[in-house]
Design a protein around this ligand. Sequence first.
Ligand SMILES: Nc1ncnc2c1ncn2[C@@H]1O[C@H](COP(=O)(O)OP(=O)(O)OP(=O)(O)O)[C@@H](O)[C@H]1O
Length: 590
Amino acid sequence: MRSSQRQLDMEGALTARDRVGIQDFVLLDAHTSESAFLDNLKKRFSEDLIYTYIGTLLVSVNPYKELDIYTKKQMDIYMGVNFYELPPHIYALADNAYHTMLMETNNHFILISGESGAGKTEASKKILQFYAVSCPSTSLLDTVRDRMLVSNPVLEAFGNAKTLKNDNSSRFGKYMDIQFDTQGEAVGGHILSYLLEKSRVVHQNHGERNFHIFYQLVEGGEEELLHSLGLERNCQHYSYLVQGECANVSSINDKNDWKTMRKALSVIEFSESDIELLGIHVQVLQEAFIYRKIEAKAEEVLSPFTVDHAIYARDALAKAIYGRTFTWLVNKINESLANQFCINYCNEKLQQLFIQLTLKSEQEEYEAEGIEWEPVQFFNNKIICDLVEEKHRGIISVLDEECLRPGEATDLTFLEKLEEKMGGHPHFVTHKLADKKTRKTLERGDFRLLHYAGEVTYCVVGFIDKNNDLLYRNIKDVATQFKTSLMKLTEILMSKEPWYVRCLKSNDTKAPGRFDDALVRHQVKYLGLMEHLRVRRAGFAYRRRYEIFLQRYKPLCPATWPHWKGVPADGVEKLVKHLGYKPDEYKMGR
Ligand SMILES: Nc1ncnc2c1ncn2[C@@H]1O[C@H](COP(=O)(O)OP(=O)(O)OP(=O)(O)O)[C@@H](O)[C@H]1O
C-alpha cells in the first residue's frame, strides 16, 4: 500500500522534536535529489536525530557523543511496537526483526555496514543490549547473554586497536548468531570471527597502536603477573608497542580496561592456567631465528639467515602466535590472511550481497508478479567481485597459480601475470597499463582496483609471501581459504531474511555533532542509498498473499464477509475497490 496513509498514522505518534525533517526517506518529496537527501540527514543530525529510515533500512549517522536514547525506558517504549509508530531507532529494527522471526518462524540477519569509525560495533552492542532486556529470560538466555555481551571486552581487547580513524577499531570481522526457540527464548548462540589483522602485532603506522591487550597488560597487569611473564611496566621498552609513537592516548584508560577485561575473562570461565608462556628455552628460539637448518643426506648444516630474514622469521612467529591465540579465544578456526586487499574484497562481497538482496531481487519480484515497473538503474559491483574471485581468471586464482608453479615466483612475476590476464579490465590498472596521466600516480610495483567505494592502490610487495606464508605451507593457499570463508558467510546469509543498518561517519575528526557534507555525500553515494531509496519508493511497502490479505481484512466489505467463495484475487479486488483505493495506490500480482 502506498505511503500516504502510513504517513498520517506515523505523524500522529510524533512529538514536535521528532518531526524535524522526514523520518523515512521514502516520504521525501524530492526523492531523487541527493542534496535533499543530505539536507534531511543534516537537519535531523543537528537535532541529535541520528536515525532515519529508508523503508525498513536504518541509516545511522555517528554523533560522536553520548545520546540519551539508549536507556531502559527507551527500550520499553520500543518493545512490541510497530516499526512506523515511533521515531526511527535501532531498537525498532531489532524488535521488528525479532517479532517477524517469531511470526514467520524463519531465520533473519541484521547486516551492519559502514566504514571504519562509522558506528558498526556500537550498533551491534545496542542490538544485543536490547535483546538482553527484551527477550523472555531463562537461565539459558543468561549464558547466551554472557557469551555475547560480557565477553565483549575480551574480544575488543584482543581484536581492537587504535587506528587513525577510530580509537577502538575492530581489526577483525564478526558474525554473531543467536538461536531462539519458538517461544522466542534465546537458547544458544555463537560468535564467528574472520580476517584478523595480524600484521598489526609486529607493525603499526604512525598514530596507531598494537592491539589494546598489550597496553592493558603492561599498564594494568598485577605485579605478580608481570613478573611471572618477565615483563616490565613500561610500554616504551617494547618495540612492538611503540612504532606508532602513541602508546598512551588520552581517550583510552588501559588500566581500567584491563580490570574490565579480567572480569570478563572470569565470567566466561578462563582460568589462570590459560595464561602460559611457550616454555621454550631462549637459546633454542634464538637459534631458530638466526639459522636455517639444511638437511643434507646424513648431515645437518646450520646456515645463517640475513638480518632481514631473521626479522621476518621473528615477526612471522609473533603473528602466528597471536593469530592462533585469537582464534583459540573466539573458539572458531576461521582466520585468514588479513590485509587491506582482503578487507576491501570482503566489503565488495557484502555490497554485492546487499545489491542482490535488495535492488536486484526486489525488481525481479515485480517482474515475476507481472507488475508494471520501470527498472531502476544501479551500479552492480559484480564485475569487481569477479575480477577478484573468478576461477582461473580472478586475482586470487592468478596469485595461487603463481605460488604453485615451478620456478621462482616473485611479486613482480605475479604483477606481470596480472597484467597479462587483467589488461583492459575497466576496474584494473597498473603502471604499465595506465595512460600517461594515471601513470604518474602509480609506482612500478603497484596495481589499482576501482572498488565500488573508490580507487585503492595496492603494492604487490609481500603478496606472494603472505599467500605462501612459510608457516602454513602445507595448508591451502591463504587467499583461497579466505575466499572460501567469505563464500560460507554469504551462503549463511543468503538463507536468511535481511535487515540492514547502514552506518555513516559524520566527520573525520571524531568531533561531536559535526556534519561534514562532502564526507557524508561520498558515503551516501557508494553505499548506493539513493538507488535503494528509488527502488523502495517506486515499490510497495505492504505486500501480502491474496488468501492472507482476505482473511485479515474481509470484515471490511459486505461482499467478502463472512466468506468469499470465489477466487481469492477477485475477492481482494472487490475489497480494495469497496474501500475506495485508487488504481495507482495498489497493484495486483500473479
Ligand atoms: N550511537 C552512537 N552514539 C554515540 N557515539 C557513537 C555511536 N556510534 C559510534 N559512536 C562513537 O564512534 C566511535 C566509533 O564507533 P565504532 O567503534 O562502533 O565504529 P566501527 O564502525 O565499528 O569502526 P571499525 O570498523 O573501525 O571497528 C565509538 O567509539 C563511539 O565513540
